[in-house]
Design a protein around this ligand. Structure first.
Ligand SMILES: [Ca+2]
Ligand SMILES: [Ca+2]
Length: 202
């Protein structure tokens, strides 16, 4: 009767391996964890410099720093960006998040810079942050559609009806019991007072 017994070389001093010893029937070999490679002596593990690829960037979009058994990426070389959740690419830092970054209205962030924008009817002030109403009635380059009856409003403007220029003879007669006063309004004959509660507009 022949009894075969395998010797586990890894039991004794880890088989002489620096990191991982893999026992096999009749033999064994050394291995290294991810990020390290087996040295030519078959026992020691050497670091892999992942950053040597791509002109020193390695797998990183920007800066690659080699570590023993690994590497780390950073985005110090691309202003306005930060390392994304994938730990490799660089993403724009949104300076507008959590606030308006000083903009009175709309905040836009791109590549580390903040731009403020204004809604229609407003223009950006000298601080490049605060939106001020445009007085459309005073615009010379693009005058309003009603240059003679323009009233500026916040964010826009309105056109008010121009006052009637017709002479009293051309105006329609007032209802019975009313007559037209000096401003052209029909007022009760017995209440010819500007403050009268019986004042009636035609
Ligand atoms: Ca490394
Ligand atoms: Ca306006």
């Amino acid at each position: 009767m022949i009894i075969c017994s395998y010797i586990d070389e890894c039991v004794d001093d880890n088989g002489g391996c620096e990191e991982i010893c893999v026992n096999k029937p009749g033999s064994f070999n050394c291995a290294c964890p991810e990020g390290l490679r087996l040295a030519s002596n078959g026992r020691h593990c050497l670091d892999v410099n992942e950053c040597l690829l791509r002109n020193g960037h390695g797998p990183c979009q920007d800066t690659c720093t080699n570590l023993h058994g690994g590497y780390t990426c950073s985005c110090d070389g691309i202003p306005g960006t930060q390392l994304a959740a994938d730990n490799h690419t660089c993403e724009d830092v949104d300076e507008c998040s959590g606030g308006t970054a000083g903009c009175s209205h709309t905040c836009i962030s791109t590549l580390g810079r903040v731009f403020c924008m204004c809604p229609p009817g407003y223009e950006l002030g000298e601080d490049w942050k605060t939106c001020h109403d445009i007085n459309e009635c005073d615009l010379e380059d693009t005058p309003p559609s009603c240059p003679n009856s323009c009233v500026n409003t916040v964010g826009s403007y309105i056109c008010v009806d121009e006052p009637q220029q017709r002479s009293p003879e051309e105006q329609e007669p007032c209802e019975s019991g009313y007559s037209r006063d000096e401003t052209g309004n029909c007022v009760g004959k017995s209440q010819r007072s500007p403050n009268s509660s019986f004042r009636k507009l035609c």
